[in-house]
Design a protein around this ligand. Sequence first.
Ligand SMILES: Cc1ncc(COP(=O)(O)O)c(C=O)c1O
Length: 439
Amino acid sequence: MNLEQQVRAEILEKVAQFYALRKDNQRFVPGKSKVHYAGRVYDEKEMQAMVDSVLDFWLTLGEKGKEFMDKFLSLMGMKYGVLVNSGSSANLVAVSALCSANLEHPLKVGDEVITTALTFPTTLNPILQNGLLPVFVDVEEGTYNLDASKLEEAISDKTRTIVLAHTLGNPAQMDVIMDLARRHNLYVVEDTCDALDSRYDGKLCGTFGDLSTYSFYAAHHISMGEGGAVLTNDINLHRQCLSIRDWGRACYCQTGETNPKGACSRRFEHKYEKLPYGYDHKYVYNNIGYNLKPLDIQCAMGIEQLKKLPSFTERRRKNFQALYEALKKYEEYFILPKSLPKAQPSWFALPLTVREQAPFSRREIVTFLEKNQIETRMLFAGNILKHPAYRNIKYRLAGTLEQTENVLQNTFFIGVFPGIDDAKLDYIIHIIDTFMSQR
Ligand SMILES: Cc1ncc(COP(=O)(O)O)c(C=O)c1O
């Protein structure tokens, strides 16, 4: 071991000590400690991996990014992937790639995209940002997913794409949706930001559509702090995603690749339209792009998190089941979450809709839980059309948004993430029982 390696080993050892101290200071005190709805779950391995990467001081996307993506693709059984700095960026890249002039049949301004108004804003925003027209279909009661039975009648001759999310990790009806999409020649983007490791009919969510997007934000199934990815099996779509992430450039060589020919074999060898012969491919732009790259340091954390995914999924399912069983007795007052017979969710959270006949309102139960240190959240935007920013957007409605509106008025969710242990589970159930006993 040379001196540098020795100092590095000492630093990493200190990091492990630091983590142990921090962990000791985080004992759960019922009623005092917050029960978060989500959060990062990590140990010394993530901290060491990130510090190790800082010591390398490569910083920008590089070897760690490549290692993470290789492992992620092999886990997902997909061919190509692009890392980005958030799930929102992943959605932006995916929808923008479908509009790339380098595709045989790109989406054009005014083309229709079917989606839901019960949405996270950045699932919808790229549709608007690319000048496409959202067509809103209602969601199903209890699954909170796009109602596949309403899809066919929503399709017009301008419809080109479906953008759907597997809401809170609950798989949408992908067999019906994909069958319809293929029959009508529609692209499908699966927003899998909340559904990593969820399956439908034995197949992982995110492996059905043309493009799938992921978030590695601290609240999600695995975390890089911030981060995201776009996966596809289509090489041309992948190249457009890469280009749009990387300033719009035509070159698809990896960052830092110094081979004078490059992976694309075109670096100084080609003539592009009006550019001089041999103009460096790295500076040829064939999309109007962004810069949405994450850092290598984040990917170092992601590599460690991927190893923990199976245990995270197991705990999410266990927590969901325990809370679901405890809440069953209140079915008269809550619409409990439902999943389809072929679905195997890895739940992001547990949604509850307060029924009309309940002797309490959503606001009452949510404020009671929060007062007792249990975090709650609304189901994202509820109905995004009711939000100030979307007041003047152009859209088409396919049917009514009755269920979406019910979500806006009456739904909230509580956490099931792996940071919720048995003591916290017991506490959540105790506080809900206390609330109910007072009604
Ligand atoms: C369904 C869905 N899509 C996209 C996003 C955006 O992900 P990010 O926070 O990484 O931008 C979220 C965020 O939580 C989400 O829930």
